[in-house]
Design a protein around this ligand. Structure first.
Ligand code: ADP
Length: 360
């Protein structure tokens, strides 16, 4: 039985777990298998069986884990467009120039004789759209989007973190143009002062080496995100690896209004809904808060008509027609949602040393 992971991750030594799971069960091509491996859920697809299935595995069945099926790759590129992002016009402009331009037109950089950026660091509070922006550039440029999370990489067995990074970079280069998205980079590459372990040092060294190796191509760009920019190893920031940084901040009133428009797109809003007003009173809300607010308002509207619904029967058209989201639903939803800015207090201790100041 041959299986391929549906995530862009190569697995070593998972055959045993899979055989245990498949033993005694009919298995056929195309079937999806979910399994807990080393504490995290993984999904596989059966790519072939011999003989042609369904087959029933026993202890002697040979399990092969192959690379991710090619067809799966581009399908998994999240379809996020710039229109799905509210506010952040200036930031999107910067991202397009730094990431989209070199991916689409490496010849411009060749002609100028300069290296295109290899890494871009997006920083700002959680839920402000960093991941969305990275996904949007990938889908708008038809680039592969390979996403890894810092803590996930660091939780690997000894030596596996570096190997996984190497595999990811190889995958990205083989399928260029690609964007490698590293979420929570601060956990892979914390400031040296914070580093106690040898493992972190080796992983940072590996990441630096891999990024340096990318130089020639320009068709693979690493986008990293963090909400603790000051906790990131300065070697990554200054050394030219992540030579561009873009702040993705908490939206202002206009930004919030745009995000409200995005998240109420297609919702049946009643006449009395005043998005301007909502934008005004949601100071401190980030994109993720506004998304929850809209969903909560919709659920509130739904609860209001629940008494008229018989779950087991078809819903009459006149009840469907009545289903509208009113200003009162938003007002009630607001009582239940606290902006993340209030939940998380950011204390960024300025980490500047005398050595960081030159020439004075
Ligand atoms: P981050 O990576 O900064 O933590 P995400 O990009 O994962 O945040 O955002 C989480 C969710 O919040 C998104 O899926 C989206 O629904 C919503 N969101 C965040 N920022 C925006 C934005 N600027 N415009 C529209 N939706 C947003």
């Amino acid at each position: 039985i041959t299986l391929a992971p549906t995530q862009p991750i190569r697995i070593t030594g998972g055959e045993y777990y899979l055989l245990k799971l498949l033993e005694g069960r009919p298995t056929s091509k195309g079937q999806n298998i979910r399994v807990e491996m080393l504490g995290s859920p993984m999904e596989f697809v059966v790519t072939s069986t011999r003989p042609a299935g369904p087959v029933i595995a026993d202890r002697r069945t040979e399990i092969t884990i192959s690379e991710k099926p090619a067809a799966e790759k581009l399908e998994r590129v999240p379809r996020v467009t710039y229109e799905d992002i509210g506010g952040l016009k200036r930031e999107i402009g910067l991202v397009r120039e730094m990431i989209e331009l070199p991916l689409r037109h490496p010849e411009l950089f060749q002609k100028l004789g300069i290296d295109p950026p290899k890494g871009v660091l997006l920083y700002g509070p959680p839920g402000t759209g960093k991941t969305m922006i990275a996904k949007a550039v990938a889908s708008e440029t038809d680039a592969n989007f390979i996403s890894i999370s810092g803590p996930e990489i660091m939780s690997k067995y000894y030596g596996e973190s570096e190997k996984q990074l190497r595999d990811i970079f190889k995958d990205a280069e083989d399928n260029a143009p690609s964007i490698i998205f590293i979420d929570e980079i601060d956990s892979i590459a914390p400031r040296r002062e914070e580093v106690t372990g040898e493992v972190e040092r080796r992983v940072v060294a590996q990441l630096l080496a891999l990024m340096d190796g990318l130089q020639a191509r320009g068709q693979v760009i690493v986008v990293a995100a963090t909400n603790r920019p000051n906790a990131v190893d300065p070697a990554l920031r200054r050394g030219g690896r992540f030579d561009r940084e873009i702040e993705i901040g908490v939206p202002d009133k206009n930004g919030r209004l745009e995000i409200l428009h995005v998240h109420t797109r297609g919702m049946p809003l009643a006449q009395d809904v005043n998005l301007e007003k909502i934008a005004e009173v949601t100071h401190g809300f980030v994109g993720a808060d506004i998304a929850s607010l809209c969903k909560e308002a919709a659920m509130h509207a739904l609860r209001a008509i629940m008494p008229e619904i018989d779950i087991e029967k078809e819903i009459p058209q006149e009840v469907l027609d009545k289903l509208q989201i009113r200003m009162a639903d938003f007002e009630d939803a607001l009582k239940n949602i606290e902006p993340s800015a209030m939940r998380e207090v950011f204390v960024e201790v300025p980490n500047v040393h005398w050595d960081d100041i030159g020439g004075l």
